[in-house]
Design a protein around this ligand. Structure first.
Ligand SMILES: NC(=O)c1ccc[n+]([C@@H]2O[C@H](COP(=O)([O-])OP(=O)(O)OC[C@H]3O[C@@H](n4cnc5c(N)ncnc54)[C@H](O)[C@@H]3O)[C@@H](O)[C@H]2O)c1
Length: 239
């Protein structure tokens, strides 16, 4: 079992992934912009933590210098500011691109050399069903998540010979701290009706697939994206 570095591990999908990878026997290193949240996750799963802003190269570099080994990197930190393209401010644009794209590149560049030194590893990048199905009013977010898929393929091609596998997971409608504002109990049931499996997702639905991608069972899987969305990206549930 190895060392699993997870960004945005303070809550939501990152926290669920930390719990699952710890259960799998990995030593979890929880990174988050929110230091208290990272510390709480580390305490809950018996791991370590660092405050880290993935959008800031200096912050990523400083944290990477304090982590000797890395076998698994889950690039989970991500933000969204849902506005139409015309209502997207320059700050929205720069922030979402900085965290969702630049953050993924920076963390991967910081930790891949450690994986190469260890003889290989697994990178899992959080994309989104939104990379497949755009919808009005979500601005630049889907484009950033489509970029994550392209970056995943690039990592698989450039680092495969070093034993690094890179894959992406595309969550659908998952109830987390970040999205819970959209999900009253009533709304959960309502949104669930738009999903072929007739329910919205839970963080463990994503964490379990990330666990698989990090496991030896996925040893020949690289450069792929798995949508974990109850069938949403398959098309319409009914006509
Ligand atoms: N929840 C969903 O329905 C859903 C769907 C598709 C994709 N995703 C993607 O999954 C990932 C996690 O989503 P979530 O719902 O758990 O989000 P969340 O908002 O609940 O948690 C995100 C975590 O990332 C941290 N974070 C934000 N900016 C950061 C930065 N610059 N550096 C380090 N940490 C930072 C936050 O502090 C927070 O702890 C994101 O990349 C998101 O785009 C989520």
């Amino acid at each position: 079992m190895g060392v699993a570095v997870i960004t945005g591990a303070g809550r939501g999908l990152g926290k669920a992934t930390a719990a699952r990878l710890a259960r799998d026997g990995h030593a979890v290193v929880a990174l988050d912009l929110d230091a208290a949240a990272a510390e709480a996750t580390a305490a809950a799963v018996g791991g370590s933590w660092h405050q880290c802003d993935v959008a800031d190269w200096g912050s990523v570099e400083a944290v990477a210098a304090r982590i000797e080994r890395c076998d698994i990197l889950v690039n989970n930190a991500g933000i969204w500011r849902f506005h139409s393209l015309l209502d997207t401010t320059p700050d929205d644009l720069q922030s979402v691109i900085a965290v969702n794209i630049i953050g993924v590149v920076q963390c991967s560049r910081a930790f891949a050399p450690k994986m190469i030194a260890a003889g290989g590893g697994s990178i899992v990048n959080l994309s989104s069903g939104a990379a497949w199905t755009n919808s009005p009013g979500v601005g630049v977010y889907p484009a950033t998540k489509a970029a994550v898929i392209s970056l995943t393929k690039q990592m698989a091609l450039e680092w495969g010979a070093h034993g690094i596998r890179a894959n992406a997971v595309g969550p659908g409608l998952i109830v987390t701290e970040g999205t819970s504002g959209n999900y009253s109990e009533e709304r959960k049931i309502e949104r669930g009706k738009s999903v072929p499996m007739l329910r919205v997702g839970e963080p463990r639905d994503i964490a379990d697939v990330i666990s698989f991608l990090c496991s030896d069972d996925a040893r020949y899987v690289s450069g792929q994206v798995i949508y974990v969305d109850g069938g949403v990206t398959a098309g319409r549930a009914a006509i």
